[in-house]
Design a protein around this ligand. Sequence first.
Ligand code: 4AD
Ligand code: MG
Length: 461
Amino acid sequence: MVRDEIRTVLSSGTPGETVTVAGWIKSLRRSKTVGFMHLNDGSCFDSIQVLIEPTLENGDEVSAQITGASMLVTGVLRESPAKGQAIEIVPTQVDVIGTCDSSSPVQKAGTSFEFLREVAHMRPRTNSLGALFRVRSKLSFIVHSFFNERGFVHAHTPILTTSDCEGAGEMFQVTTLDMDAPPRREDNAIDYQKDFFGEKCSLTVSGQLEGELLASSLAKVYTFGPTFRAENSNTARHASEFWMIEPEIAFADLQDDIALAEEFTKYMIENLLTRCERDLQFFDQRIEKGLLDKLRAVLESDFAVMEYTDAVDALRKSGRDFEFPTDWGRSLQTEHERFICENITKRPTFVVNYPKRIKPFYMYCNDDDRTVACFDMLVPRVGELIGGSQREHRLDILQARMLEHQMDLESYKWYLDLRRFGSVPHAGFGLGFERTLMYVTGMENIRDVVLCPRVPGNAKF
Ligand code: 4AD
Ligand code: MG
């Protein structure tokens, strides 16, 4: 279909020009004199106004359409007398491409996000989800620009894997064995040697280990891919399938890692502010009041850095009655993370050097032998946005750590080889893409920043 994109018409169409646009009706105001149709084709937030004049040949048919119907309109642009739009179309021809049944679940404005999740196939028609998916796409491109401009190599790390990076036992197993009658060994255990890959295989929880593999020769790499966690937490910030951006840098320590994370976060915000201005204005007005000021303030601020030990002290001294305990040695919960960056530091905050007992095997052991060189980057409202660390590059210490975690050294021989052959200090982090979207749009539930969310009990669509 030859058509002009509404984005182009609105930004550079001139009065007198003839255009053809196609789109879905956002709203239609009928009238005996002149009716108004707002048409949107997804190319930008705003819709274009089409006048429905009594002289229009199939005026009755057009006026009978409702929100959601798809239309093809050819007409002449003219300056619009109405407020909020520079230009409108006086049509010479309007064709109905597809009518919309009145039972459409997204007929009315103001339906709840919760309801919209049930009709995820229709919700991109709403202003908020439409804007969200445009921002999501732009942000993805911005991520690649950041690393590309800095000479990072983009790696496609595997999705099917036999290693468990985080060691949390939260992996989705992938098998071609007959689940009703799997082959058994003599001791009656399932015989995974007969499985597709000759051993147990899962969907990846992180591309980090393979990122380290490539960083051990290309020095600056990143992956941006889907990750999967069979973690049974039904919260507004956990999904079973989410996307993660994981840079890995060689010849680098925790400080370098933190500096990269802050630079990256600011780059994303700065570019979104200029490249998604209209969509973000909508989020500022309708989803999180003050969002734009908040984002601009982040650009001006130096992120805080706080020792885990000091963070725990501050939480205990705060007098706040937390649901979860705040003893040294425990993980920080979302309520703690939010309190730290919303009430104590009041800005994005790196909490560094967590107890080694609660962190994965690969993190660099600090000299105190109690903590590891890692950080969580916390932001207001969302909590943990990034988790990162310097990696243990000393073979003997890494081996000892893996044994403590009861890992099979033989299966990770390749990972240990990276420490045998020219090992260097290196570091990296993982930024949750969906949580970043929540942060920059103000959306409150991770299910509303993903096309078809996968969460415990739900893999519909
Ligand atoms: O802190 P995590 O588990 O770190 C890693 O996976 C490291 N291997 C990263 C690295 O150093 N290369 O996860 C990193 C980030 C979190 O900070 C969070 O933003 C996001 O991934 N994340 C989730 N997002 C949505 N749903 C979940 N279930 C998530 N789990 C982690
Ligand atoms: Mg983490």
